[in-house]
Ligand binder design. Structure first.
Ligand code: 4NP
Length: 170
C-alpha cells in the first residue's frame, strides 16, 4: 500500500517534465550531500538524469563553502559515488526554485516549515523517511556526525532505499 504522503507528492508532480529536488539536513556536509550524490547516481544509471535537477542545503550555516565531511566522502566513494557538493544554507527562495524539499529528520522539517512563506511552500516539504522502505525501520535519517563508520553506512543504506523509491515513483 502506498503511503498517503507519497500519493500526495506523486499526484502533485504527475506529468512534470522536470523534477527539481532539494535535500536538506542540518550541516549540509553529511546526509543531504550524500542524498544528492546517491539520487544523481541512480537517475544516471536509469538513463533519466536529464529529467532531474538535484541539489542539497543545510538549515545551519557553519560549513558554508566546504566539501562534504571526509568520512562521508570515503563511505560514498566505496559505493562508487563521488561527493563534490559545496555546502550552502537553505534560503526562502529555494521554495521557488524546487518542486520537492526533502528534510532528513524532524528538526530539519520543523526549520523548513518555519521558513515556508505560504501553504504552497509548505506542501513541497516531504520527509526523506516517507520514501524509505518500511522494513528498514527508521522514520528519519539519523545524524552520523558524532557516530562511527556504522552511522555513515546506515545513512547510505537508508538513502539508497529512499532515492530508489523516489526515482521509481516520481
Ligand atoms: P549533517 O550532519 O546535518 O548530516 O550534515 C552534521 C554536520 C555538522 C554538524 C551537525 C550535523 N555540526 O554541528 O557542525
Amino acid at each position: 500500500m502506498i503511503d498517503k504522503r507519497l500519493e500526495k507528492v506523486v499526484n502533485r508532480l504527475k506529468g512534470k517534465e522536470k523534477i527539481r529536488v532539494l535535500f536538506v539536513c542540518l550541516g549540509n556536509i553529511c546526509r543531504s550531500p550524500a542524498a544528492e550524490g546517491v539520487l544523481k547516481a541512480i537517475v544516471e544509471e536509469r538513463g533519466d538524469a536529464a529529467r532531474w535537477q538535484i541539489d542539497s542545503a543545510g538549515t545551519g550555516g557553519w560549513h558554508v563553502g566546504q566539501l562534504p565531511d571526509k568520512r562521508m566522502r570515503i563511505h560514498a566513494r566505496r559505493r562508487g559515488i563521488e561527493l563534490d557538493h559545496l555546502c550552502r544554507q537553505v534560503q526562502a527562495h529555494d521554495f521557488d526554485d524546487f518542486d520537492i524539499i526533502v528534510p532528513m529528520d524532524g528538526d530539519n522539517e520543523t526549520n523548513l516549515r518555519r521558513l515556508a512563506r505560504t501553504p504552497e511552500d509548505a506542501e513541497k516539504i516531504v520527509p526523506m523517511a516517507v520514501f524509505v522502505d518500511k522494513a528498514m525501520r527508521y522514520d528519519y535519517i539519523p545524524d552520523p556526525y558524532y557516530e562511527g563508520a556504522e552511522g555513515f553506512e546506515l545513512v547510505l543504506d537508508l538513502l539508497e532505499s529512499g532515492c530508489r523509491k523516489m526515482a521509481e515513483i516520481l
